[in-house]
Design a binder for this molecule. Structure first.
Ligand code: BGC
Length: 351
């Protein structure tokens, strides 16, 4: 009897030890919303890659609701997350829950959007946000031939959400390209709305950017003034602007050049039909892979690779960052970039 008891005890101890030794590392992934295509891709790409590498994943989307994001992260911590990967709705709103993560010794990676006003973020992985804007601005300079033309062009500007730290980088990158031509009078902004605060779009909402464009058209273009381009920071705002222009009767032949970012399906279709001029491709597979590599390094007790230690001050410190490279996309290269690379199927992009 005693012997049997010892054997059982031994077995229990061995099993417990094995369980501790092999307990999978748990990754809590908090994404801002499912309402925009890219975050669904980001979430599912990361989940897939982490699981393939043997991690356990708790993936949550917060429906653009800050309180919900906070409670989802609290639950991840309660459920024993070992590492957190977070893309914030409002970068400055997570300080309290992140302080808890820090107390528990949980490393936090800011995914795509920087976590602001906190010392609890360990690393940041994103695409070069300023370069996204630079690509959009450069595109307009070239497509409108601003260097050589003598007649001025009319453009309007739409930017992203003021609570997203990225939005100002996109805006600034593009404005820095256009500013010499604005100052020279070659680019005119008939609405006069140029400051970030005037052109920002809360929550990157298509409905809001559409409503604002409706107002701009009514106020400044009703008399038939030509609109050459609308600088839009991303695809969701571009979609709203495009819908507004179509609604106001702009035809494909006189359609302004619309910029974007993300290569969302709806926008890529618009590129194919001629309603959007370009987008910036940020391959979510690349970013997901980068974050998995970073987490692996952290779990192995190594320093993850970073390539920027100067740019991303979050109000408390400069967060060590890995910047991936964004890529220009338009009608001429979308097949290679998006279809041949396996990002989309040809069927997905059919109108
Ligand atoms: C991302 C963009 C995206 C936007 C709206 C930004 O933080 O970097 O890719 O279009 O959020 O979701």
């Amino acid at each position: 009897m005693k012997k049997l008891f010892s054997v059982i005890l031994l077995a229990v101890l061995v099993l417990a030890a094995a369980n501790t030794a092999f307990a999978a590392v748990r990754i809590g992934i908090s994404m801002p919303t499912q309402s925009l295509q890219r975050w669904n891709q980001d979430g599912s790409n990361m989940k897939q890659r982490f699981e393939a590498a043997g991690y356990e994943v708790d993936l949550q989307y917060a429906n653009n609701n800050v309180a919900l994001q906070v409670s989802q992260i609290e639950n991840m911590i309660l459920n024993g997350a070992d590492v957190l990967v977070i893309s914030a709705i409002d970068g400055a709103s997570l300080g309290t829950v992140l302080a808890v993560a820090k107390d528990e010794g949980i490393p936090v990676i800011a995914y795509d959007r920087l976590l602001m006003e906190t010392d609890a973020v360990s690393y940041y992985a994103t695409f070069d946000n300023y370069m996204v804007g630079t690509i959009q601005g450069k595109y307009l300079v070239e497509a409108l031939d601003l260097e050589n033309r003598t007649d001025p062009v009319n453009i309007e500007i739409t930017a992203g959400s003021p609570d997203d730290n990225n939005a100002r980088y996109f805006y600034q990158g593009a404005i820095d390209q256009l500013m010499p031509y604005i100052e020279a009078g070659k680019v005119v902004i008939p609405s006069g709305q140029i400051e970030f605060e005037q052109v920002a779009t809360l929550e990157w909402s298509s409905e809001r950017s559409q409503a604002r464009m409706d107002n701009l058209i009514a106020a400044y273009y009703a008399g038939g003034r030509k609109l050459h381009a609308v600088l839009c920071s991303n695809d969701s705002t571009a979609l709203g602007v495009t819908n507004s222009l179509i609604g106001a009767g702009f035809t494909k032949e006189e359609f302004p050049l619309i910029t974007g970012q993300d290569c969302d399906v709806a926008n890529t279709k618009n590129i194919i039909t001629g309603y959007q001029a370009m987008s910036v491709f940020k391959d979510t597979r690349t970013l997901a892979e980068r974050v998995v590599t970073m987490v692996q390094a952290i779990v192995n007790g190594e320093e993850p690779e970073v390539n920027d230690t100067e740019t991303y001050f979050n109000g408390v410190f400069v967060v060590p960052t890995y910047l991936c490279e964004p890529v220009f996309a338009d009608i001429n290269n979308y097949e290679e970039l998006l279809i041949e690379s396996g990002y989309y199927t040809r069927e997905q992009l059919q109108n």
